[in-house]
Ligand binder design. Sequence first.
Ligand code: IPD
Ligand code: CA
Ligand code: CA
Ligand code: CA
Length: 262
Amino acid sequence: MDRKKIDTYAKAWVKEAGERLKKSFSEELTIETKSNRNDLVTNLDKEIELFFRHKIAETFSDHKVVGEEAMEANYSNVSGVVWIIDPIDGTMNFVHQQRNFAISIGIYEDGVGQIGLIYDVIHDELYHAIKGEGAFMNEQRLPMLEEVEVSDMILSINATWIGENNRIDPSILTPLVRDVRGTRSYGSAAIELAYVAAGRTDAYMTMRLAPWDFAGGVVLLQEVGGEVTTMDNQPLDFVNGSSLFASKPGLHKQINETYLGK
Ligand code: IPD
Ligand code: CA
Ligand code: CA
Ligand code: CA
């Protein structure tokens, strides 16, 4: 695949989609719910996904697209070039705050991440990486991540997982949350992954994500030496989605051994 050419098109489309999202703030949104009353989707989520689908079909007719709003969670064939797209990651923020949402794209060839793009529209921060060529925030190269102690770290985690829930025993997370310097939650998995890659936070943990939430971020993290697995220290599941634990190098092992019992 011609990675440079694909990257150039992808960046231009992401910027164009970002402009459309900003413009939409002066329009009335159509908001619907999906699996429950807090699982929101707007006409813009759908419109932006369709925008990418049309552009990709027109320009790269042999590429496949997997996107959240087409509900293709069960795609099983990762062969060829696949664009894994989240048109708006952080829809709740988009609706309630008009900030802290992102467009996330991971472009994979035969299951291997080649290009990652996360666009934080309101901050105009485009995080991007091509496998083997480093990661960038706009034109600025992101440095390789360095090791950090738990007592000095900022952990990105959603408070849902520290309370009563059916995916992890909160007593496993409580000691970690107590020992870290601070916790943060931005409400967009893509932004939380970009922030780990940019060194703004030191780790991100979550119990349930879909492939389009992490496909772009994983490519970024690999380029700066970040470590990413499931919470069980297994490879991520790019077909069904999985839990996720991303961190600076070294920290991953330290947290696994001391807190997660892995
Ligand atoms: C959600 C966001 C959120 C995460 C959820 C995702 P969406 O994506 O990334 O931060 O906690 O698990 O579903 O639905 O806004 O694209
Ligand atoms: Ca959603
Ligand atoms: Ca998402
Ligand atoms: Ca989404």
